[in-house]
Design a protein around this ligand. Structure first.
Ligand code: SF4
Length: 260
């Protein structure tokens, strides 16, 4: 399949999350070493650029002890899985006790080395990230926090919540979506990366907006995306420089923009 050819197609479920990627109710797998757990379909806000806009509410979430047991059993049967994403929706919409239950269930598997808390709470509801929650998340020594941050202003808002996590030893990283009209200038992107490092949030990925139906207006042309990447790379050290990638249906990895 030509990777480049797939970039233009905008559909409701480009990654087959409602179909092929769903391996057990509430569990999705696209890559051999990681699984995504749909912990809830609720979020603190409804992002206009949400790439799961057609998925939330139409796919099972892990609700019952039996659901969770089935997901844990799936991971156990697939020993290559070492990374579990607790996502949705936003896992921090759930009460602390439920978050702890989910973390503990997967952390107990020796094969699982990383549990990612995928959340926008540090931006949308910073007070949700309490010191108590941070202490609880730190217990297993396997938890990382992945926060969705798109602008320098959001990074500033997230700073206090990120500090509570980092202080307890939880690495915090950011996933950003390159969005037309939001952060699609070299200066805005550089300001975001600087604000993230100032907040001790490691910039991890900057994604081309996924090819999801309804998001066409947010897509930044590839040449522009590369220009933004180049501008940042020439002005900031590697520690604060994320990988600029596209998530392309059928590709075996997140594809660096350089290869497109
Ligand atoms: S927080 Fe994530 S899943 Fe929730 S609406 Fe925003 S982009 Fe979608």
């Amino acid at each position: 399949m030509s990777v480049a050819k797939t970039v233009g197609a905008f559909v409701e479920d480009p990654f087959g999350e409602l179909t092929a990627a769903q391996k057990a109710p509430g569990l999705k797998q696209r890559f051999p070493d990681r699984v995504l757990i749909m912990t809830t379909d609720r979020c603190f806000e409804r992002c206009a650029h949400c790439t799961r806009r057609w998925i939330l509410g139409r796919t099972p979430t892990v609700e019952t002890p039996e659901d969770l047991a089935r997901c844990v059993a799936y991971v156990r049967r697939h020993p290559k899985v070492r990374d579990v994403l607790l996502s949705g929706g936003d896992v921090l919409m759930l009460p602390d006790a439920r978050v702890a239950e989910l973390v503990d269930a997967f952390a107990a598997l020796p094969q699982v080395e990383v549990i990612r808390i995928c959340t926008r709470a540090p931006v949308s509801r910073p007070s949700r990230v309490t010191d108590r929650l941070a202490r609880m998340l730190a217990k297993s020594g396997k938890v990382w926090a992945n926060v969705h941050i798109n602008t320098a202003a959001e990074a500033v808002v997230a700073r206090a919540a990120a500090a509570r996590l980092v202080t307890r030893g939880i690495p915090v990283s950011s996933q950003t979506v390159l969005l037309k009209g939001v952060n699609d200038t070299p200066r805005k992107m550089l300001a975001l990366l600087r604000a993230l490092s100032a907040a001790r949030i490691r910039p991890y990925y900057v994604f081309q907006c996924d090819p999801v139906a309804g998001l066409e207006r947010f897509r930044v042309p590839l040449a522009r995306a590369k220009e933004i990447e180049r501008y940042c790379a020439e002005r900031i050290g590697g520690l604060a420089l994320p990988r600029f990638v596209a998530d392309i249906p059928g590709a075996p990895r997140k594809v660096p923009l350089d290869l497109l």
